[in-house]
Structures are given as C-alpha cells and as structure tokens.
Design a protein around this ligand. Structure first.
Ligand SMILES: [Zn+2]
Length: 57
C-alpha cells in the first residue's frame, strides 16, 4: 500500500482542527494559572500558548 501526499495533508488538517476544538490543559508558567480549554478559547482569552520563558519580567 502506498500513502499519497493527499492522505497526509488530510490527516494533518484534521489534527490541526482537533486541536482547535478539543480542550486540553493550559498551564501558565508565570502565574501558575491552569485551565482546561481549547486552543481557540485560549487564544480568545489572550493565552500565549505554548507558554514561553521569555514572559518573565
Ligand atoms: Zn499567567
């Protein structure tokens, strides 16, 4: 069986979509905040995810 490039692109697309619609734990390394939300909700809430160490101030 040969995989086609189209199959791989479709899988990748579905993975990205699932990441936007399925909640997962977000941790803020700076203030310790923890929320079980989707990537989309995190984005709307102003989360900068994945958290970056450069947030230290
Ligand atoms: Zn924070």
């Amino acid at each position: 069986m040969q995989k086609t490039i189209l199959d791989e692109q479709e899988k990748h697309k579905q993975l990205l979509q699932s990441m936007n619609t399925r909640p997962f734990w977000h941790y803020c390394e700076v203030c310790g905040k923890k929320e079980y939300i989707t990537a989309e909700e995190a984005f709307n809430d102003g989360w900068d995810y994945p958290p970056s160490r450069s947030e230290w101030s």
